[in-house]
Design a protein around this ligand. Structure first.
Ligand code: 5GP
Length: 351
């Protein structure tokens, strides 16, 4: 046993120090990034935010709206090939630029992505997603996918440490998904005691990835647009969102009405709800690592996205970054013990 004494930081542990700026308005800030990926050699440009590949969030309807903002959606792995075919035939090639096809790591998953990618050459992104990206089986699967799809951009994860980021990039990943346990409906840290505070994971993993010409996605833990600013400021190339996009019209959650109010259910992909739905319940040898919550229905995701983008532009103006790309080098984090004034946070004050 060993103890690392360094304090690892989450979003709530820091703020970004303001800096002198020549920007006159938030509208001057450019949130677009352009990447050329290390292994696929493909180029992508857009706003580097990704809707999470959860079955309630990463939906075809989400793609249709977020692609208007040039934002990506990691489409969940539970759509059938026939559903994919219908979707692909109903949208333009431009929209498919913002689609990431998610997969698990079984043989059936492998055969399925081969079929999905044979439907359209405009599909360019694969996300190999497992809760624990430290297994040899996962690395072998990644190598197999890279061999089969040399020209597609591959995201793989999740991991939280630099040495594993390097191993994934050298095994064929272009982008590594970083985050164990920060998610809004995740209980992994409670159930297993395993995890890594997200901001430190971003700082350490982005350093490792960028050293090899790879990229990272910060996956999970963003609650406010300021958290996205901190993720990008810490070195994340992309930020993946679940909870912040939940309970919108474009989601696939079940709607419940109570006392004249509409709510939508949102659950983790390792929750009892998800396991009941997809694998006939929780296997006897394992536990759930996710929970189900009920959120007030929020209408279309468009206004939420505008709010997030507005917050990010504002963060950039506070530190004098003309573009999102510049945010990291203009970021100085200060460690804090308070974030905000809580005095009116009690719901009875809000209307
Ligand atoms: P959020 O943006 O809601 O904070 O985090 C979303 C991320 O949480 C997802 O992209 C995924 O990595 C993670 N996640 C989703 N469902 C579960 C779950 O049931 N258990 C765990 N450990 N993580 C989950």
């Amino acid at each position: 046993m060993r103890i690392e004494e360094d304090i690892k930081l989450g979003f709530k542990d820091v703020l970004i120090r303001p800096k002198r700026s020549t920007l006159i308005s938030r509208s001057q800030v450019d949130l677009y990034r352009k990447f050329i990926f290390k292994n696929s050699k493909l180029t992508w440009s857009g706003i580097p935010i990704i809707a999470a590949n959860m079955d309630t969030i990463g939906t075809f309807n989400m793609v249709k709206i977020l692609s208007n903002f040039h934002i990506l959606t990691a489409v969940h792995k539970y759509y059938s090939v026939i559903e994919w075919e219908k979707f692909i035939n109903s949208v333009s090639e431009e929209i498919l630029r913002y689609v990431i096809v998610s997969t698990g790591t079984s043989n059936a998953d492998f055969l399925k992505i081969k079929k999905i990618f044979s439907l359209s050459s405009s599909l360019k992104y694969i996300c190999i997603d497992v809760a624990n990206g430290y297994s040899e089986h996962f690395i072998n699967f990644l190598k197999k996918v890279r061999d089969c799809f040399p020209n597609k951009t591959i995201c793989a994860g999740n991991v939280v440490t630099g040495e594993m980021v390097e191993e994934l990039i050298l095994s064929g990943a272009d982008i590594v998904k970083v985050g164990i346990g920060p998610g809004s409906v995740c209980t992994t840290r409670l159930k297993t005691g395993v995890g890594y505070p997200q901001l430190s994971a971003i700082i350490e993993c982005s350093d490792a990835a960028h050293g090899l010409g790879g990229r990272i996605i910060s996956d999970g833990g963003c609650v406010f647009s300021g958290d996205l600013a901190k993720a990008f400021g810490g070195g994340a190339d992309f930020t993946m969102l679940g909870g912040m996009l939940a309970a919108h019209e474009e989601c696939d959650g079940k709607i419940i009405e109570e006392n004249g109010k509409r709510f939508m259910l949102f659950y983790g992909m390792s929750s009892q709800a998800a396991m009941d739905l997809y694998i006939g319940g929780v296997a006897k040898y394992r536990s759930t690592e996710g929970k189900t919550i009920k959120l007030l229905f929020r209408g279309s995701v468009e206004s939420t996205i505008r709010d997030i983008l507005g917050g990010l532009r504002s963060a950039c103006t506070y530190v004098g970054a003309e573009s999102l790309k510049e945010l990291t080098k203009r970021t100085t984090f200060i460690r804090v013990s308070e974030q905000e004034n809580h005095v009116f946070n009690n719901k009875s004050y809000c209307f």
